[in-house]
Design a protein around this ligand. Structure first.
Ligand code: ADP
Ligand code: MG
Length: 681
């Protein structure tokens, strides 16, 4: 068979199995080659019965002592028992609902058994072992790859297909990793790596193969990100001649921190040099990133051009509008809002004004990405809370004008290595300074036993003129699950009972946009004491008078998310507090929440979060905008990532178009085309 052939034609695989294989991403044999094991079972080692370890899967060679006995326990449950022995001792085997397999065991014959061993009283049992005659070498005596499965699909099905696929891999299978890189990194050639990753002789071989494949994934990614960047920096940026910001600084109600000024300067320097601005502004919550965006929008408008700010939620877009419009208006710059919930007529009016150039600064949600939104003369795109958007959305936005400058803002501090990847196509400025007068937020991780005291504390904050956020993981009681997590509706009701004299409001994902906006406006104006919500208030929202953040069930949020929530308070001059419930939900939860009590450094928290949860969860269900990794673990493989990036840089410095490496170039293009980034070109 050939690699391009359909897996359906492999012996023993029919149309049914082929369908299941497709579910795990295998259509052709080539796909099967790239469906890597997610782990291995080392069945090479034979353990004497007397040395078996409780709780582990192990392999023994043993003789069947007596014919297996089956007992019928209840409907649908048979247990078959069998005693076996080797030179060191005897062991009980137990099979569940498998009397036929067990019946195949011949008394007096020696078999190799493999299964989990468990202590029961003074002796051990092996549960549901797999077995074969000693020396058969199929189920034991080798390292078995463990593939991802789906219901109805078995390891042996995947073995069949990968066996056929490996047989089809030629020894001179074209290797797209440049030889120089392979040599420098001491990586095996592709065909060998493929054989070893699927059918390793020993664990060292498997590891070496894994290293090669992970490196290759990270290398492709690094090359792709680097080329993306080259493509932008190869062109010249939109020209903005007048880069003076005096009027802007004068119009501000405060002076900017030096970190803010540095970030703005870095941007204007890029622009002045004629380069397209491609910069990420990373700064902790509350560090004042919005003002950096404002300064640049002002510059674009001042030069007769347009700017757009894209925020991930409507709430945030509206808040940006509220802060930026008065400021920019004072400077003679017209602003317009564009969000999904606007009426058709209003939307049309705004898009028309954008197209004609009457509106200079457009602030909106991903609604601004719509094809119906056309700019008169777009020169700057700002993407707020970038981790919510993918690389391709970034590209769509900048494609709405020519040589558009790009400014990306993120409050989710991302560990350095990961940032290298996700923002590999951007320069980075870090705002590492908070506006003056901010106090450290006092943070507590508490359990249910503190409920009354915290309720009283909420009341006290209100009495002193502060305001309180209470954030819950769920919206309504219909969603309350068996773990007993708190819903916003339930919490609002409960608080209304305990604190009847306080003004309490409720906002969540199902609240109508107009109502939500009204409530947020009331809260910002101080007309609401306690705002109970889900994480809709997570990003960016700014109410300086809020002094207390209470998070119900803090254990079911990510650390970075909790850190963001905490950033909603402590924005004014008064001492602020943050309380996380969930510290009584086990050791894990307590340790996680304690991280937040101990540190307010967003980067340290992000690193911890990444280590504890892995990259997939780190970004939550939302995409990080990178192509999916087959094998690489963005959290664990950081050293390889750095090496891959270095090699990619070295290669592309020498050969920006990858002209000497056509195979590699094709793979990079394919990878990046795959996730809808057609607009990269
Ligand atoms: P983030 O970086 O989280 O987006 P914002 O831009 O929303 O932060 O700023 C948070 C708050 O700090 C806002 O109320 C903003 O007006 C205020 N602020 C920003 N810069 C300064 C400054 N230099 N001095 C005082 N307050 C500032
Ligand atoms: Mg912000």
């Amino acid at each position: 068979m050939r690699l391009a052939d359909d897996a359906r034609f492999v012996r023993g695989i029919g149309p049914k199995k082929a369908e299941l294989l497709q579910k795990i991403g295998i259509t052709t044999l080539e796909d099967a080659v790239q469906c890597y094991p997610r782990g291995y079972e080392d069945r090479t080692e034979i353990t004497p019965i007397c040395d078996l370890i409780d709780g582990e899967k192990q392999c023994i060679h043993a003789v069947v002592g007596a014919a297996p006995q089956t007992a019928h326990i209840r409907r649908g449950m048979d247990i078959t028992r069998c005693k076996v022995y080797d030179e060191s001792g005897t062991l009980a085997l137990r099979f569940f609902n498998n009397r036929y397999a067990a019946a195949a065991l011949e008394t007096g014959a020696e078999y190799a058994f493999y299964g989990r061993v468990q202590r029961e009283g003074r002796s051990m049992v092996m549960l549901s072992p797999e077995f074969e005659p000693v020396g058969a070498g199929e189920k034991t005596g080798r390292i078995l790859p463990v593939y991802p499965l789906t219901a109805g699909l078995h390891q042996k099905d995947v073995y069949r297909v990968t066996d056929a696929a490996l047989a089809a891999v030629p020894a001179d299978y074209p290797d797209f990793l440049p030889e120089s890189v392979r040599e420098a990194q001491q990586l095996p050639p592709l065909s060998r790596a493929l054989h070893s990753i699927h059918r390793p002789q020993d664990m060292a071989q498997a590891q070496q193969a894994r290293r090669r494949i992970v490196f290759e994934e990270l290398f492709l990614l690094s090359c792709g990100m680097r080329r993306l960047r080259e493509r932008r920096s190869g062109s010249c940026g939109a020209q903005l001649r007048d880069l003076s910001l005096h009027a802007f600084y004068r119009a501000l109600p405060f002076s900017l921190t030096s970190a803010q000024q540095r970030a703005i300067e870095a941007c204007t320097l890029d622009i002045a040099a004629g380069r397209p601005l491609s910069r990420l502004i990373q700064g902790d919550v509350g560090s004042g990133k919005t003002m950096v965006a404002a300064a640049l929008c002002y510059l674009a408008a001042k030069n007769g051009r347009q700017a757009v700010i894209m925020a991930p939620t409507e709430l945030l877009a509206r808040q940006h509008m509220q802060t930026l419009e008065p400021l920019l208006c004072k400077l003679g710059v017209s602003c317009g809002l564009l969000v999904g919930s606007m009426g058709v007529k209003q939307k049309r009016e705004t898009t028309q004004a954008v197209e004609s150039g009457d509106i200079s600064v457009v602030i909106g949600t991903h609604a601004v990405l719509s094809e119906t939104v056309q700019f008169h003369d777009l020169a700057l795109a700002v993407v707020d809370e970038q981790h919510r958007f993918g690389v391709s959305q970034r590209a769509t936005l900048t494609a709405k004008g020519e040589n558009v400058h790009l400014l990306v803002m993120s409050a989710t501090p991302i560990p350095r290595t990961l940032a290298l990847l996700i923002y590999g196509d951007l320069d980075v400025s870090i705002i590492d300074e908070l506006p003056p007068g901010r106090q450290k937020i006092k943070t507590y991780a508490v359990g249910e036993n503190m409920r009354q005291r915290i309720d009283a504390f909420i009341d006290k904050q209100c009495a002193e003129g502060g305001q309180v956020y209470v954030v819950c993981p769920l919206v309504g009681d219909s969603e309350t699950d068996e773990t007993g997590r708190n819903s916003a509706e339930h919490t609002a009701e409960r608080l209304a009972g305990v604190l009847p004299h306080r003004r309490i409001a409720l906002v969540h994902g199902r609240t109508k946009a107009a109502e939500k906006e009204q409530i947020m406006a009331d809260f910002a104006a101080g007309d609401i004491d306690i705002l109970v919500s889900t994480t809709v208030i997570e990003v960016g929202v700014n109410v300086p008078n809020a002094t207390l953040m209470v998070v119900e069930d803090g254990d079911c949020f990510g650390l970075s998310q909790l850190h963001q929530l905490r950033g909603r308070v402590g924005r004014g001059k008064r001492q602020s507090y943050c309380v996380f419930y969930g510290a009584d939900r086990g050791k894990d939860a307590r340790e996680r929440l304690r991280t937040l009590v101990q540190t307010s450094d967003g980067f340290a928290i992000a690193q911890k979060d990444l280590e504890m949860r892995g990259a997939g969860d780190f970004f939550g269900t939302r995409q990080h905008g990178l192509p999916p990794m087959k094998l690489a673990d963005l959290a664990g493989d950081t050293r390889l990532l750095e090496q891959a990036k270095r090699e990619a840089d070295r290669l592309i410095d020498r050969d920006p178009q990858l002209e000497t490496e056509p195979l590699l170039r094709a793979r990079v293009d394919k990878l990046f085309a795959q996730y809808g980034a057609g607009s990269f070109n």
